[in-house]
Design a protein around this ligand. Structure first.
Ligand code: GUN
Length: 294
């Protein structure tokens, strides 16, 4: 079993990005600028956004954090999105999800200028990704593909089971794995809460990508010996053993699944750091205007 060290790969890519930003600045180019909108005080969202801002600093990007209380109206939030669309200094921006129930996430996403949509959530980016055109690919699936590439994991003709059908991870992940590319070229099955025979399907999988948000869902009896297991889960489970009072828990029962795998990602330190670094890569692409939406 080989552990996929997302933390180390992300650190390596961070150095590569910082080097490139240094060169851009030395040549008199514009400093890439990422803005983030954070609504409310959800613990997970606070942590993720703080980490994104910190990583921007480390790479040499400019970053702006725009905060609203939970009570913000949809109209006020949309107005802020439009302001960022029109701000020529901002190369890309994100609206951290989830949003309060009275705000339509879809409306917010569709208001973002797709050329600044470094999260890759806008329907134009999702559609372009699904037919293999240049676009912003959402960060978590892009990070997973990068891990498969760097660990030279053979995906061609393999059976990949994606657990979860979210717009952020499951659907784009399935799309990328079936793409005519390397990594890619897999035969993909998507399982979700209404799937009847998840265990049987998982047992047929060469690669399992678990993105259900259901702590320790995938157990050893569901995994074929030699399978590759990618754990996207990051549920905060209460714990009296940590200072923060919770333990970040994946969708995989790691201790029993790991010995059966050829490769596996840990939680934390697997997919998580790659998600943030993929957002940084997209920000650099946005800053360089490197994606040609014709
Ligand atoms: N919430 C959970 N993951 C993400 C993400 O990748 N981007 C945004 N904007 N919100 C999220």
């Amino acid at each position: 079993m080989e552990l996929i060290d997302g933390k180390a790969v992300a650190a390596q890519i961070k150095l590569e990005l910082a080097e490139e930003v240094k060169k851009i600045k030395a040549a008199g180019g514009k400093t890439p600028h990422l803005a983030a909108i954070l609504v409310g005080h959800d613990g997970g969202s606070e942590t993720y956004v703080a980490s994104k801002v910190k990583t921007c600093e480390e790479i040499g990007f400019k970053s702006s954090l725009i905060r609203f209380e939970d009570s913000v109206t949809e109209a006020a939030l949309l107005q802020q999105v439009i302001a960022l669309n029109n701000d020529t200094d901002v190369d890309g921006f994100i609206v951290q999800l989830p949003l309060p129930k009275h705000i339509s996430e879809q409306k917010v996403i569709e208001t973002i200028d797709y050329r600044k949509d470094v999260d890759g959530f806008h329907p134009i980016n999702v559609g372009r990704m699904s037919i293999g055109l240049p676009c912003f690919v959402s960060a978590t699936p892009a990070g997973i593909v990068e891990l498969l590439r760097r660990y030279q994991i053979d995906t061609q003709g393999k059976h990949c089971v994606v657990l979860g059908r979210s717009n952020i991870v499951g659907k784009p992940m399935a799309s990328l794995m079936m793409q005519k590319s390397n990594p890619g070229d897999s035969t993909v099955t998507v399982c979700h809460s209404r799937t009847k025979n998840i265990k049987d399907l998982c047992l047929q999988a060469d690669i399992i990508i678990a993105a259900l948000g259901s702590p320790e869902f995938l157990t050893a009896d569901m995994v074929k010996p030699g399978a590759v297991v990618i754990d996207v889960g990051t549920t905060r489970v209460p714990s009296d053993k940590t200072k923060s009072g919770f333990k970040l828990t994946g969708d995989v029962k790691f201790e029993e699944v790991a010995p059966k795998c050829s490769f596996i990602t840990p939680v934390p330190g697997g997919v998580g750091p790659m998600t943030i670094i993929s957002l940084m890569k997209n920000t650099l692409l946005a800053g360089k205007k490197a994606i040609h939406f014709a």
